[in-house]
Design a protein around this ligand. Structure first.
Ligand SMILES: [Zn+2]
Length: 343
């Protein structure tokens, strides 16, 4: 198992970054991987806290989570003899920093600036190659620093999307159980329960999340970190990612740029819950309460694109799920979309 050693969640903890790094490592050469907007917003505050702690700070601005940007960051790490890499931002910055640190055997700290996905504390990096997403095994971050004040200032849409990524654990775990029962795959009761717990927190609080999101951000951030830890315990993304993620990844290919990761996973969870004979209406109502999209049209995806994605999804990854078992036809896919009202 690989788990983060130190996790700091709270208001205005950015000012404690220097001390935080001191607890993670002895090294003083720090590289922050981020985008230009975030550097402009938080760069000064970061510089000050690192300066007080006698650290030398380097920046690398990235645009996409692809292998080209990973290569750029790895070059910088080697050239500047970096001791620790911080991914500051959303999924793109965290994933590139995470994989670059892993491949150069350096320490990594995750510093999310939004709560849109569960990659914050997981040992996996999602990197795109020729438009296709790849989940690559890396290491869990040594530390996670989540400043709730900063995360609260991100657009609410990100936070609602993160809730979709958490609700997705319901079908992810169900797919994992299916693979255990029908294919004899290893199944971890503890990590599965932990992932389900994070989905449960969101479902039970969906009303409050929708009406008073600011009050619930901390709970959602902790649930996202906890889901990443569940993947670390399982040593696999199984507890966090199943057929609903395959649907989301298929949409990345068929309708690129439409909808956020967690939004697509949320809609995917409604569809896959129906295939699993679960209470899919409860999931749909929870997403509605949260204010997350429950229909493909909400994210600009057409019926035709959704059908294509459902048919492509099982081919995205061989790992056994309900989609591999059902082997949907075009008509089945259409019926599923209509029956669940995600049209
Ligand atoms: Zn996800």
């Amino acid at each position: 198992m690989e788990l983060p050693r130190i996790i700091l969640v709270g208001n205005n903890v950015l000012e404690k970054l220097g001390e935080f790094i001191n607890r993670v490592c002895d090294g003083k050469r720090i590289l922050i991987v981020t985008d230009s907007k975030l550097k402009e917003l938080y760069g000064k505050r970061v510089e000050e806290t690192l300066k007080i702690n006698d650290m030398i700070l380097f920046w690398e601005i990235i645009i996409n989570a692809d292998f080209e940007n990973v290569k750029k960051v790895k070059n910088k790490i080697n050239e500047e003899k970096i001791d620790l890499i911080i991914g500051m931002g959303g999924g793109t910055c965290i994933d590139v920093a995470k994989l670059s640190a892993y491949e150069t055997k350096r320490l990594f700290v995750s510093m999310p600036t939004n709560a849109a996905h569960d990659g914050i504390a997981s040992p996996f990096a999602s990197i795109k190659d020729s438009g296709r997403p790849y989940s690559i095994v890396s290491s869990s971050p040594s530390g996670v620093l989540a400043d709730i004040e900063i995360i609260s200032s991100a657009p609410e849409r990100y936070f609602r999307s993160g809730c979709g990524d958490l609700i997705a654990k319901i079908t992810a775990v169900k797919d994992w159980q299916l693979a255990r029962d029908e294919k004899g795959e290893y199944y971890g009761e503890y990590s599965a329960s932990l992932a389900l717990l994070s989905a449960d927190v969101v479902i039970r609080n969906s009303g409050k999340i929708g009406s008073k999101p600011k009050e619930k951000i901390r709970d959602v951030v902790e649930a996202l970190i906890s889901a990443g830890v569940a993947a670390g315990i399982a040593g696999s993304s199984r507890p966090c990612s199943g057929s609903e993620h395959l649907f989301s990844h298929a949409l990345d290919v068929i309708a690129p740029g439409k909808g956020l990761h967690g939004e697509k996973c949320g809609i995917g969870t409604i569809l896959m819950a129906k295939l699993h004979n679960l209470d899919w209406e409860r999931i749909k109502i929870a997403l509605e309460n949260i204010g997350a999209p429950t229909r493909i049209r909400d994210i600009g995806v057409s019926r035709d694109e959704a059908i294509k994605a459902l048919l492509l999804a099982p081919r995205i990854r061989e790992r056994y799920t309900i989609l591999h078992k059902m082997n949907l036809s075009k008509d089945d896919a259409l019926k599923l979309i209509i029956d669940t009202g995600v049209d």
